[in-house]
Structures are given as C-alpha cells and as structure tokens.
Write a protein that binds this ligand. Structure first.
Ligand SMILES: CC(C)(COP(=O)(O)OP(=O)(O)OC[C@H]1O[C@@H](n2cnc3c(N)ncnc32)[C@H](O)[C@@H]1OP(=O)(O)O)[C@@H](O)C(=O)NCCC(=O)NCCS
Length: 184
C-alpha cells in the first residue's frame, strides 16, 4: 500500500468548506454533504468531527453524532459514525483506517457505550466493528443489509443491559440516508 503523511485532528470551524468539498468528492454528489449540513444543525450534533490533514490540506473527514438504543430498561445515548469520506485522490493509502482508529480512540472514554454504522463489513471489521446482530442489536431499517449494520463497543458498554434497536435521529430520515433503496 502507498504511504501517506496525514495526521488526525479535531475539525475546526474554518474547516467546514474544505470538509464539504471532501465529502462531496468522496460520495460524488450533494446528498451526503447535505446530510452533514443537516446533522450540524440538529440535536444529533455533538461536535465530534475529525479531519485528516496532509500538507495543510484536509483530505478526509469523519463525524460521530447522537442516536439512541431502545434498550429494555431505558433509552441509551449512542453514537453513529457517518459520514466517513476520504478524498478520491487520497483513497487506499490507509488514511480512512487511520482516521477511524484514531478518532475512536479519542472517543473511548465518553459516556456513549456504542458506535453504530452502516458500511462494508470487509472494511470495518479490521477497525474493530462487528455485525450488530452478533451483540443483540436490531437495525433501524430492514433496508440495511444485515452484515452492513455494524457496531463497535466503547468503555461504557454493558452487555447485560444493552440490547435492542438503534433509533436514528430524524435528520437521517429527512435526508433519506438510511439503508439502501433499489437502483432506479
Ligand atoms: C471507504 C473509504 C472511506 C475508505 O477509505 P480509504 O482511506 O480509501 O481506505 P484505507 O486506505 O484505509 O483502506 C484501504 C483498504 O480498504 C478496503 N477498501 C477501501 N475502500 C473500500 C470500499 N469502498 N469497500 C470495501 N473495502 C474498501 C480495501 O481492502 C483497501 O485495501 P486495498 O487497496 O489493498 O484493496 C473511502 O474509500 C471513501 O471515502 N469512499 C467513498 C465514500 C464512502 O464510501 N464512505 C464510507 C461509507 S460507509
């Protein structure tokens, strides 16, 4: 694999335009940048947003936002990793993996015990994620393929108290960014 010189840091306010460009280039369109705009302006936003910077240029971004686990005894606040973007010119050199691993480390001691995401299990398994159903969690939509619904546990995870369905905040639904829809 080619090398890189990126380093991970917290996103700053003056990164927003650069981040938006990276997200748009990575996902090829405005849908995901608009989701990120929506997240920033919603109750889901916790300011947990990180960038990878290489030679003073933002080349990758990831955000973690608030969601809920509908557990038997109470609603548990959890995190959702979304979106994750690496600029197409800098993909497949290890930057995305480093960004996820280092940002997860920075979140390790937060109160939220779990980080959920939708994504390719081949990619995220190496980064500490396991299929959600393996730990007793249910998808927020049947349009998320079972293997794509994944979770990583943080320090506060308590297996005996934590099972149930992930509940997304409305912003994911308003932007129709949950699961897959058949290709038109
Ligand atoms: C997916 C993404 C974040 C990966 O970041 P990255 O920096 O390119 O990945 P890394 O360099 O850390 O890891 C590379 C390895 O991951 C795997 N990989 C990379 N992209 C992948 C993808 N889309 N699906 C599955 N595996 C992938 C490959 O095995 C690759 O190794 P290889 O080049 O030896 O085959 C990046 O490609 C991206 O931004 N894609 C567009 C947006 C997107 O799909 N985001 C994730 C949504 S869940």
């Amino acid at each position: 694999m080619a090398s890189h010189s990126a380093r991970v840091r917290e996103e700053r306010d003056d990164d927003h335009d650069d981040v938006r460009r990276v997200v748009s280039a990575a996902f090829g369109g405005e849908k995901v940048p608009e989701l990120l705009d929506g997240l920033r302006g919603s109750v889901a936003w916790l300011g947990l947003s990180f960038v990878a910077e290489e030679r003073d240029r933002v080349v990758a971004h990831v955000s973690y936002t608030r969601a809920w686990l509908d557990a038997p005894h109470k609603l548990v606040e959890v995190l959702v990793l979304s979106p994750l973007s690496v600029h197409p010119e800098r993909q497949r050199v290890g930057i995305g993996s480093m960004l996820v691993q280092e940002s997860l480390r920075l979140l390790e001691d937060r109160d939220e015990p779990l980080v959920f995401l939708e994504g390719d299990p081949g990619y995220y398994a190496r980064l500490g994620f396991v299929p959600g159903d393996q730990l007793g969690f249910a998808r927020p939509s049947v349009r998320i393929p079972e293997p794509a619904f994944q979770v990583a546990t943080l320090t506060g995870y308590d297996q005996s108290a934590m099972s149930g369905a992930l509940v997304y905040p409305d912003v994911f639904w308003r932007h129709d960014c949950v699961g897959l829809r058949p290709e038109r």
